[in-house]
Design a protein around this ligand. Structure first.
Ligand code: CMX
Length: 435
């Protein structure tokens, strides 16, 4: 039997009824007012999206179905002798709201193994991509290529899809996409950086470790890094660019592949996921220009220079968070536990002490504290993934979990096409001019 789909089949009517009740009871309540500034200013603090699988609090950070990062680390399945949560278990949690039993966890793992292989045509497509393309561009194109296998698209085109069943096809596509994305991503890596010397999958490994293996990193600690990394980046509520883009495109009934490819394109922006690569570039630049054992004063000066040049300090600040990102803390703890004597890891630690006070002196910056991207690059680098241009791809492999799980629920709830209104300057003047 299909444990996960069966569980969803049980849950969906219950949640649908709950949502109906919520609308009946609270449908006319006002959530927030929207000012002209907010409309122009990227809709900060405008609560206009419904996204049920994760929630971001500006003080305490992300919760996945109400569980924070230390809780998922504690309660989700781990590898033998491992400390980090396994993404298979997190995916079950995101989809159902429950921690999976061992049997349920194994079900997801087996499904992903079964669905994970790529056909020859896809392998040929990926290994024929021009090597000068950015790996995120390659990933987005490859996900679009996989769209040929979309169950939803096929059934919809046949005219047989009915609205109450949409979620089932989105579920099938979610499972296929998530199962395949590590192979796609590893193939891109080996094609672009390792002369196309491909490594086949090892199905005795878990999903994250297998990805690490297919990239060419076979130490246990590298496996642990991938398990951790792929879990903590999985979702960050609905308003961030990758989740929102995926949700928006999906609302037009574009299938998971079309939708997530759009999410990947957003993640490839330097203010969002690309900060991942920018941080390492910036840290290496500091070491090149200022040498080893750089003083706190020199870092302070460097930060101020970066800002003076009109650049952002990558890895610091956040549109919602107002304290240190718990995903940063989790990675810091990982590094303290497993990594000794890595000068770049030490530099990240030093930056954590030095940079926030400097950013605080720049009045306009709302959050001087580090975000997830401030730490991830040096960890990947430590275990041998030196090509920082590739880092956001690892982020995208992880974010597929949240973005696709959300779309399953968006269809289960029968959410309509998203279509907010927009305004012009003339509209604003005419509306408020007399006051
Ligand atoms: N370095 C320099 N300037 C910064 C800054 C930083 N790290 N963070 C914010 N600012 C600036 C903004 O550019 C903005 O300047 P202008 O008014 O001149 O345009 C001003 O401070 C106010 O910005 P804010 O309200 O504090 O932040 P936003 O919500 O506008 O932007 C973010 C948030 C993340 C884009 C921004 O902090 C930033 O660019 N950080 C560096 C890039 C980064 O690390 N991105 C990863 C985010 C994590 C994720 O994707 O999940």
């Amino acid at each position: 039997s299909n444990l996960l789909k069966d569980r969803l089949r049980e849950l969906i009517p219950v949640k649908q009824a709950l949502l109906r009740d919520i609308r009946k009871q609270y449908g006319q309540k006002e959530i927030c007012k929207v000012t002209v500034d907010q409309a122009i200013g990227g809709m900060r603090n405008v609560f206009g999206l419904f996204y049920d699988i994760s929630l971001l609090d500006s003080k305490t950070g992300i919760t996945f179905r109400d569980y924070n990062i230390p809780e998922i680390q504690e309660y989700l399945q781990k590898a033998k002798n491992g400390n980090e949560p396994l993404p298979e278990a997190l995916f079950w949690l995101l989809l159902t709201g429950d921690f999976p039993s061992d049997q349920e966890f194994k079900f997801v793992q087996e499904e992903w193994r079964r669905r994970g292989e790529l056909d020859q045509e896809t392998i040929k497509f990926i290994t024929s991509l021009p090597k000068q393309l950015h790996p995120m561009t390659m990933l987005s194109l490859s996900i679009l290529h996989l769209q040929k296998d979309s169950t939803f698209q096929k059934v919809y085109e046949s005219g047989k899809a009915t609205k109450p069943q949409y979620w089932e096809y989105y579920y099938e596509d979610a499972m296929d996409l998530v199962a395949k994305i590590p192979r796609v991503a590893a193939l891109i890596y080996r094609h672009k950086y390792k002369n196309g010397d491909l490594i086949s999958s090892d199905n005795s490994l878990d999903w994250a470790a297998n990805y690490s293996h297919m990239m060419g990193f076979d130490q246990f600690d590298a496996y642990e890094l991938f398990r951790m990394y792929l879990s903590i980046h999985a979702d960050h509520e609905g308003g961030n660019v990758s989740a929102h883009a995926t949700h928006l495109v999906g609302s037009a009934l574009a299938d998971q592949y079309l939708s997530y490819s759009a999410g990947i394109n957003g993640l490839a922006g330097p203010l969002h996921g690309l900060a991942n690569q920018e941080v390492l570039k910036w840290l290496i630049e500091i070491r090149e220009k200022l040498g080893d054992k750089v003083s706190n004063e020199k870092i302070q000066e460097y930060v101020l220079n970066t800002i003076r040049e009109g650049r952002v300090v990558p890895g610091y600040g956040h549109a919602v968070l107002r304290y240190t990102d718990p995903r940063y803390i989790h990675q810091k703890n990982f590094a303290e536990r497993l990594i000794k004597d890595d000068p770049l890891v030490e530099l990240v630690k030093q930056c954590y002490h030095v940079i926030p006070p400097v950013l605080k002196t720049i009045g306009k910056i709302q959050n001087p504290w580090p975000n997830v991207d401030a730490h991830s690059g040096v960890l990947l680098n430590h275990y041998g993934l030196k090509e920082f241009e590739y880092y956001t791809v690892v982020f995208a492999v992880s974010r597929a979990l949240g973005c696709t799980a959300n779309l399953v629920w968006a269809r289960a709830f029968g959410l309509p096409i998203e279509r907010p209104g927009s305004i012009t300057m003339r509209w604003i003047e005419e509306r408020f001019g007399e006051n």
